[in-house]
Structures are given as structure tokens and as C-alpha cells.
Design a protein around this ligand. Structure first.
Ligand code: AMP
Ligand code: GLY
Length: 438
């Protein structure tokens, strides 16, 4: 990276992209920042300009980037990665942070990801792959441990069925192969054993040969308090995770070391963010102690949302330098420092989310002078200069504090300053988990 300032373009329009932009504008090396298409938060961020281009408009993005001398393009969402945006932009001579279409298969094909885990000895749930309805039913008959049915491809986070019995597995197979509700995303399905345990999101920067872990955090995927209701994109996150601190050694030995080796061996071409969705099984030993068994449930090939809304405020180092060095293969010599504070992020959504979204409702965000609180926009836009709702998850409030209890309390105190018609949020982000580990 030379001494010159770099103009950067971020692709996407969610809370994740606002958080990435918020961190990038703190870099002394940043020139101009473009966000395509962006949201109401990026529209009002200093030095940042929204560009009205769809994330699927690869040619438009390349044209804009070339005309505006963009030095680095950062890809947020999964779909353009799966569709090969990085390959296309690179073929146009542009520098991009994100994996190629082949690398993005870690997320866009669950069968590919499971085979990757087996090949590289990463612990994961037992599984089989079926390419048609009849084979899937025969496999279920012969393997009564099958309790989870997953569409192989991207299905907006809705393609996973966790079942209690054979009848539910059969119903899920009917949806995938009979109804074809997920179309070609369920051309093949992964049939898995069901694990019981706690989930942890563990993300890594990756430059192709080296990985650097970000702080572990825990998402709350279910819509309602007490982890009830339908799955969502994520209703809130907190970090640090007490469970992670209990089993950091097991995760280091069984997940991080083998993953590090994959890249040290140059066994997989990947530059970008690897997001490991872990499930830790806790078993009681005969002597009363607890054995922790981490499993990789899934990989994503991008930053998480809303994980990024806690990770960016915790990052002390220069994000632009880190992303640039990932594209350069020099991550191992790049400082990546983290705050030791606790963080909590609560998502404010439409009361109808995830069934439907909110549109055109005026948003009021009360002013706060607290430097430890950030409001990240997700489904918002500026309409005639006024901030209005434009999505299911609308905003996310992140608070940092010395202890987890304080960060949770501050996030909840701060969300009271936000108002829009039909606003809802979970009241138990971080709280149940903190109570449970006393
Ligand atoms: P995935 O997209 O593979 O992460 O699955 C979505 C959600 O389904 C996960 O976050 C888990 O809550 C649940 N899940 C997936 N696989 C399993 C499994 N093998 N056992 C139990 N729960 C699972
Ligand atoms: N928070 C879950 C995800 O980004 O996939």
C-alpha cells in the first residue's frame, strides 16, 4: 500500500455494510468512500457517497470503479460472491476484497463445505448427500440419525429444517424435492445428524495463506425472546461469549489449527472473510467436569450481519490496511488489534419481520453524545431528505462497555432513543446467556 490515499467502494446495503463504511472512514489512508447501493446510514456518513447500482450489476460496478479510480472494492453480501462478482471485477483489472466464485462455494454449496470439512479434518455433524427424493427417503430409512435437512445452495437463510422425527424429515424432503420451494438451490440436499449445543460465530480475515481471528460472538437468530419463533437474519449479537472463553483451547486445537493449516498449505484459494458457524456440544464427564466438543455447522464466505456491527466497533486497527493487505497476501505482518471491552448489538426491526418488511415510515433517532454507542442502519433510506424505513431489519444499536452487563444495559438504554411506527426488538439479547453462566 503506497502513501497515497485510496478511494474505496463497498457493495451492499445492510447494517453490515454501514458498519464496514463507518470503520473505513476512520482510516487516515481513505480518500473517498462509495457505497453501492448503500442505505440511509451510508448516505449521511462523512466522506461517503451512495451510488445507485444494484449488487448484481457487475458491469455497472466495474464501469463506475474504473471511471472513479476506485483502488479497492469490498463485497458485503453472499449472492454476488456466489455469482462470481470477484472473478468478474478482477478480470476488469480491479482490486477486490472477497473470495472468487470457487472460494465462495464454502457458503454457496453446503455439500462442498461438508466435503471440505471432512477433507481437512474439521469436526462436523455426520452427513450424507442426496440428489433426488427417492434416494433421500432410502437414506433416511437406513440412517435413522438423519434429523436435519439442508438445501445445498443459498436459500435466504430459510433452507435448513431441524427436525424431531422421521415424519418431519419426510415433510422437509417433500418441500425440497416435491414442491421444489427452493428451486435449484435444493437440487441436492445435505442430510445431517442433529447436534445439541450452543452456537458461536467465529470470523477470520484471510489473505490466501494466513488467517487472523476476530473476536468470537453469539448471534440470536430466532425472532422472539427465549429463542422462539422463526429464524431471521439475526436479531442481536454480543461479545465476548462466556462459553467461548471456557472452550477456547478446544476451538483452537480442533477448528482454528486445522483451518490455519489449510491456508498455510495453500490447499484452498480464498481471500476475504471466512465465517465459521460453530456449535459446541457440552458433555458431562464421569468426574463431573465438562467436555466441550466444537463442531463446524456451516461456513459463510463473508462478514456476518449483525456480527459485523459488534466486530467493527471492537477493532482498534486500521480496517482499510487490513483489507488491502488481505488482497496483497501480507496479512501475517499486519497489526490486527482488538478492544478488550464487551459489546452488545440489538436490532430494531419491523414488527412484521421476517414475514414482511417496513416501508416509508418516518424514523427518529434521538441524539446521544456517548462515544461508546453506534447506530448502524440496515433497512433505511433517505426520501426527500428524510430518513424512512426500507426493510425488515431497520437499525442496529451497538454499545461498548467495560463489562458485558454494562454493554447490554447501555444498548437497551440507547435503543429507547429510536422510534418508528411498528418498531420491535428482542428484549433478551445477551441477557439470558449472562444469567445462565453465573
Ligand atoms: P446453517 O445455515 O447450516 O447454519 O443452519 C441454520 C441453523 O440451523 C443453524 O444456525 C443451527 O441453529 C441449525 N442447525 C444446522 N445444522 C444443525 C445440526 N446439525 N444440528 C442442530 N442444529 C443445526
Ligand atoms: N448472522 C448470520 C449471518 O450473517 O449469516
Amino acid at each position: 500500500m503506497s502513501g497515497d490515499k485510496i478511494d474505496v467502494m463497498v457493495i451492499g446495503s445492510g447494517g453490515r455494510e454501514h458498519a464496514i463504511c463507518w470503520k473505513l472512514v476512520q482510516s487516515p489512508k481513505l480518500g473517498k468512500l462509495y457505497c453501492a447501493p448503500g442505505n440511509g446510514g451510508t448516505a449521511t456518513l462523512e466522506r461517503t457517497v451512495n451510488v445507485d447500482l444494484k449488487v448484481s450489476d457487475f458491469a455497472g460496478i466495474a464501469k463506475f470503479a474504473k471511471e472513479n479510480s476506485v483502488g479497492l472494492i469490498v463485497i458485503g453480501p453472499d449472492n454476488p460472491l456466489a455469482d462470481g462478482i470477484v472473478d468478474y471485477l478482477q478480470s476488469q483489472g480491479l482490486r477486490v476484497f472477497g473470495p472468487t466464485q470457487q472460494g465462495a462455494m464454502l457458503e454457496s454449496s453446503k455439500a462442498f463445505a461438508k466435503e471440505f470439512m471432512v477433507k481437512h479434518k474439521l469436526p462436523t455433524a455426520r452427513f450424507l448427500v442426496a440428489e433426488d427424493h427417492q434416494t433421500a427417503l432410502s437414506l433416511l430409512k437406513a440412517n435413522p440419525w438423519i434429523r436435519v435437512v439442508k438445501a445445498d445452495g443459498l436459500a435466504l437463510g430459510k433452507g435448513v429444517f431441524v427436525c424431531d422425527n422421521d415424519a418431519e424429515v419426510e415433510a422437509a424432503l417433500e418441500i425440497m424435492f416435491g414442491e421444489r420451494r427452493f428451486g435449484d438451490a435444493a437440487k441436492q440436499v445435505v442430510l445431517e445428524e442433529r447436534l445439541q449445543g450452543e452456537e458461536i460465530s467465529l470470523l477470520f480475515f484471510c489473505d490466501g495463506t494466513h488467517i487472523t481471528a476476530m473476536p468470537a460472538c453469539q448471534d440470536h437468530k430466532r425472532r422472539f425472546d427465549g429463542d422462539r419463533g422463526p429464524n431471521t437474519g439475526g436479531m442481536g449479537v454480543y461479545s465476548p461469549v462466556p462459553l467461548y472463553m471456557n472452550c477456547a483451547t478446544e476451538i483452537e486445537n480442533e477448528v482454528i489449527k486445522p483451518l490455519r493449516q489449510v491456508f498455510a498449505d495453500k490447499a484452498f484459494d480464498f481471500k476475504g472473510v471466512i465465517y465459521a458457524g460453530l456449535l459446541v456440544v457440552c458433555e458431562q464427564n464421569p468426574d463431573g467436569s465438562v467436555a466441550y466438543k466444537p463442531n463446524v455447522l456451516e461456513f459463510n464466505a463473508r462478514f456476518g450481519d449483525p456480527e459485523t456491527q459488534v466486530i467493527m466497533p471492537l477493532l482498534r486497527s486500521d480496517l482499510l490496511q487490513i483489507l488491502w493487505n488481505c488482497t496483497d497476501g501480507t496479512l501475517s505482518s499486519t497489526p490486527v488489534q482488538w478492544s478488550t471491552e464487551a459489546a452488545c448489538c440489538v436490532v430494531a426491526c419491523a414488527d412484521s419481520y421476517p414475514e414482511s418488511s417496513s416501508s416509508g415510515k418516518a424514523i427518529v433517532i434521538g441524539t446521544s453524545n456517548n462515544q461508546s454507542v453506534s447506530v448502524f442502519h440496515a433497512g433505511t433510506k433517505l426520501s426527500d431528505g428524510k430518513l424512512v424505513t426500507a426493510g425488515g431489519r431497520v437499525l442496529a444499536v451497538t454499545a461498548l462497555a467495560g463489562t458485558s452487563e454494562e454493554s447490554v444495559a447501555l444498548a437497551y438504554e440507547s435503543i429507547l432513543k429510536i422510534k418508528f411506527e411498528g418498531m420491535d426488538y428482542r428484549k433478551d439479547i445477551g441477557r439470558r446467556k449472562l444469567a445462565a453462566c453465573r
